[in-house]
Design a protein around this ligand. Sequence first.
Ligand code: NAG
Ligand code: NAG
Ligand code: NAG
Ligand code: NAG
Length: 463
Amino acid sequence: MGTMRLLKPLVVSVSSLFFVALSGFAHGFVMTPRSLINRLSQSSYYLTTKELWFDQTLDHYSPYDHRQFKQRYYEFLDYFQVTDGPIFLKICGESSCNGISNDYLGVLAKKFGAAVVSLEHRYYGKSSPFKSHTTENLKYLSSKQALFDLAVFRQWYQESLNLKRNRTGAENSWFVFGVSYSGALSAWFRLKFPHLTCGSLASSAVVHAVYNYTDYDKQVGESAGPECKAVLQEITELVDRSLETNKKELKEQFGAAELEIDGDFLYFLADAAVVVFQYGHPDALCTPLVEAKKAGVDLVAAYAKYVKEYFVGTFCVSVETYNQKHLKNTAVKEGSSDRLWWFQVCTEVAYFQVAPSNDTVRSSKIDTKYHLDLCKNVFGEGIYPEVDVTNIYYGGTNIAGSKIIFTNGSQDPWRHASKQTSSPGSNAQSCNIPDAVNKVRQKMIEHINLWLSECKGSGWHSM
Ligand SMILES: *[C@@H]1O[C@H](CO)[C@@H](O)[C@H](O)[C@H]1NC(C)=O
Ligand SMILES: *[C@@H]1O[C@H](CO)[C@@H](O)[C@H](O)[C@H]1NC(C)=O
Ligand SMILES: *[C@@H]1O[C@H](CO)[C@@H](O)[C@H](O)[C@H]1NC(C)=O
Ligand SMILES: *[C@@H]1O[C@H](CO)[C@@H](O)[C@H](O)[C@H]1NC(C)=O
């Protein structure tokens, strides 16, 4: 995951279905800070990390441009029932895709005798078509192109499998999976290419693009509960005031002197609070702050301690991620996914995490203007999100795709952007108790099973 900036859709909170159901799958790629990912990738966290390459078309929408680039993918065939097992396409999202992680999807693959293949998202990781990420070069970075990549890859993979097996025109049953942004891609893939997959699992899928995403902050307030929220709000006020008089010392106190733009600094502080709710550890934040409040000690100092020790120290988030200077860096390297994801935010999906006008937890200086200024500063004049167009294209929460399982997490600040009910033919729910989790898992397996078998019977696959 890009070192974060929690502008990204949430993975899922611990209490939610999918953290349990798809655990590593869920936090493997999407929201975990890069440093954490790096550590995890050195363990036996993956089913495979063997890189494979595919020649992908750069621009699927141009009749003239036939340029190609190398796109990285992975395959895991240990559980594959050789002749007609299903193929699970695990969609990688907005970060480097370093392998196929060993998580609940692996369990499902074993159960269904499925092959697992995973394609890195264009531009991220090692799948960049260009040697530098200038704004001009980013023009082929979009969810539309990414979906087309998946479709072309899926066809090619099926054909090469047939070739290996010495058969022609055979079709295995495919199923797509994703979480968060890749969850949205998973749902959209079934929507746009229903003939290429039997169904989709879309966990915490952010299918509805939102411009001013004030609900994000509201959810943080709700997850914190009244007592903790009040302390957080008091800290926000103190910090806002201190920025007027004491800017340099204040930023130093948080180890964030490099963040010259006040909005970047405030965004960093806001994200620091969010992370505990996203990952289901509210006590790491609320316990020390509420205690500090009761003891009447300096709240800003208590928050600074938390930010440095937990957010930066334990969670390994780097301050640089919040620095627009860093986001302007066009070099293709570790860390460039921050710039790439902001480009997608600034062109397609927005999700500007602006402060609500009433009862905000974050600083009200994190407003629409801050985000638009960032888009302009980082990518240049004329870059702003076409949210309405995105929602016209995919349907937003009225997405008309079938055979898609949507799931979310109850404390997930992103849940308001995801579809709250599942599409016809499914009824997964989020829940907090293991028994219910098991039930939902069972339901999920039943749906995958049903849709895979319907797919086989339908005859479309033998085209
Ligand atoms: C592939 O099919 C051809 C034609 O039917 C046959 O001659 C050949 O032996 C087959 N090869 C394999 C590896 O099955
Ligand atoms: C977003 O909020 C800004 C500032 O409140 C407002 O001017 C703008 O119209 C809003 N945009 C949308 C699409 O809601
Ligand atoms: C603002 O938020 C407070 C606290 O949640 C609430 O009591 C009040 O009704 C809200 N005011 C408006 C205008 O929404
Ligand atoms: C999503 O979360 C909301 C709030 O917790 C819940 O009411 C809803 O049923 C959930 N939907 C799904 C599909 O999990």
